[in-house]
Every structure is written in C-alpha cells, then in structure tokens.
Ligand binder design. Sequence first.
Ligand SMILES: Cc1ncc(COP(=O)(O)O)c(C=O)c1O
Length: 403
Amino acid sequence: MLLSTRVRDIQDSITMKLNEKAIELTEEGRVVYNLSGGQLPIKPLPEFIEKIHHQLNFLKSYQYSPSAGFVALRKKLLKHFADTRHLSADLLENWDAIVSNGSKHSLYNALGAVVNPGDEVILLAPYWVTYPEIIKFWGATPKIVKSNVYDAFVPAVDDIRKLVTEKTKAIIVNSPNNPSGVHYSDDWMREFAAFLKERPGLIVISDEVYADLCYFDPKPTYFYQIDKSLLAQTIVVHAISKTLAATGLRLGYAIAPAEVTAAMGRIQGQTTSGPNSLMQRSLLDFDLSHLESFLTPIRNHIRLNAAFLREKFREANLGHCWYQSTSAFYFMIDFSRTPMFKRFGDEGDRSDVISDELLNKEGILVVPGRDFGIPNSARISLVIEEIPFQEAISKIIKYLKKH
Ligand SMILES: Cc1ncc(COP(=O)(O)O)c(C=O)c1O
C-alpha cells in the first residue's frame, strides 16, 4: 500500500522506541541502567489518586466532555497560570484554556492552528525531538538556531534574529529545556522580549511542561512577564505529565488568546474530541497547592544526582563535559572532546554509534543527541534512584576515558 508523503516524512519517536528497547532487554534478563527516561519513576501523589477513585462513581466521568475540555477545568487552569506567573486576571480576560491528550497533542493543535504550508518555524537547539516532526506534519519547515555545551546550550538571541525571514511564522521556546536541563536566564528572556517587540507578527509557543521542576534558584522567568504586551502573540503549553508524575494519563493543555484556543478546539473537535473525562474531572477536583510538597523531594533528588555527575566529571578530568544544569530531568553529555572520541577523528556525528556501544557494552541506555539537534552528544536522565544512577555514571566515565 502506498503511504502518504506526509507520513513517510515522519520519524519514529526515538524516546518511545528506546523505552521499548529497555523493557525488551530487561525482560531478557540483562541489567540495564535506563537513563533514557523522560518521566518520574513514581506514582502520582496519593491525593490525586484518591480523586480518581472518587470520580469513578459519577456518570459524567464516563461520558464526552466538551471538545475543548470541561469549562470549569479550563477556568481553573487559566487561574492557576495567572497566579503562578504573577499575571493579573484582567490581562487574561480574552484568554481561554484548551485541554488535550497530553501536551504533545496541545502542541500539534497549536501549530495546526497557526502555521500554513510553506511557513517557517524556528527551533532553538537543543530542542525536543517531536517539534520538527509536528512542524513538518503541518507542511511547514523547521529552522534551527544552534547552541553547544560551551554556552550551556543557550542559543544567542542575535542568532534567532538572523534566522527570521518573511516566511517565519512562529518560534518554539522550551524553558526549562528538554534535553539540556537548563532554563534561560532573566537576562536572556529580557533580550528575547526586546527581539519579539520588533516582530509583533511572530507567534511564540512557550512549552512550559517543566516549569515546576526547577531545582536551582532563580526560577524560570518568561518573556511575557517582562513585557505583558507580548501575551498577545503567545501560546503557552503545559501538562500534568511531568509535574504530577502522570505521563500515561495523557492530560495536557494550552493557554492562549481565545481565538487561538477556539481554532485549536475545532481541530480537536474533528479529531480526538475532548480528552479523558475521568482524568479531567479528577484534576478539577484536585487541589493544585499539594504539588509543592510533592515536588520538593523530587527536586532535591534530581539536584543530588546532578551534583554527583558534575563532581565525578570534574574528578575524571572531563571538565569540558561539565555545565550547570538547573531544571527538568536531564543532562547532555558532549562526547566530542573525550578521550574515547579520539578514534573517530573530527568528522560526522557519532552519537548513534556511541549510544549503541554504551548500551551493548555497558548496559546503559541514553538518548543520542542527533535527534535533539546536538551532534556527538547524548541525553541522560537524572531521575533514577541514587545508587543505580551513581553506578551508571561511573561506567559512563570509564567508557569516556578509554582510548
Ligand atoms: C519539552 C516537552 N514538551 C512536551 C512533552 C510532551 O509531554 P506529554 O505529551 O506527555 O504531556 C514532552 C515529553 O517528553 C517534553 O519533553
């Protein structure tokens, strides 16, 4: 059967594939240190699970919700956004929220609502692997702004400016960032806000799924907090996936000017309809202020693993792999100046080869950096338990030091 050109252009989700591979190897009895995880290895907090149990008793939990999600939940999410970003309610008077099947779905709807075939969408490397695929799905072209370990994976605003053409429709900003585990500084956001003021037609999709997972002060600031007039060109994407340890429950949302959420709602209404009613009602019933006490030990755990990693790199004279991660679940290892890399010479991207070796020789699963737009690197996840994490890091260092 001849498949459509659109689908032939879409890559398999590398992170999903790796997850499947880790399960397969573990089932074969091999010890695998799975550092590919983009989710917390724990259940959501008990108060939320209780809400799910409770909502099982109601007919509404089993029936269709409005396409854009229950109105009361949308209002709650909008208010939570205003409160946590310190924005007064009147600024969001003409705004709405739309609830979807995870934030990946929100991003898909958002891009569908704003880009036309032939448009360009700017991505800041490193970027989450799915962005280019969604952009291409809608017939637009991703344009990449580069960065590297030496600037702690923070792209220069001037480089963004240079990439803008008359075809540029949108830019996706993901702070805190997957895969680098950094968030852009206040100064960066200030410079970015000034750039956006020059470009009022440019739409910013601000993917904030890791906003609550910052383990270093200062916390993330967003451009629209610096200049509130920029809200008019902003679509914010968020989810319960990372914050509530609930990736499988598939609940994400977008918050944007109401004409945008209405357009996204039309796409959703004719594709998936509203997301899972039981989960929406459980979230509606759940007191979001419980999140803080749930997240505090998680942030501490990630901070400790990150500190261990940096310390060990320093001890092993792998200082050039070092940078200060601050948020989200991840750290990027740059292989290109490690002793192990010498055998490859300078040419080409070896991140796939190195990741395969790490898995086959050392039993360590990492995500190759190529798909994040950073050659000769890999993303490791900081969320696993302390002891296996430390064992895995020692093995990685041994591997990197080998000539
Ligand atoms: C930056 C970023 N955005 C969005 C998502 C999608 O999350 P979900 O669809 O589970 O809400 C992920 C998942 O890994 C992510 O890392």
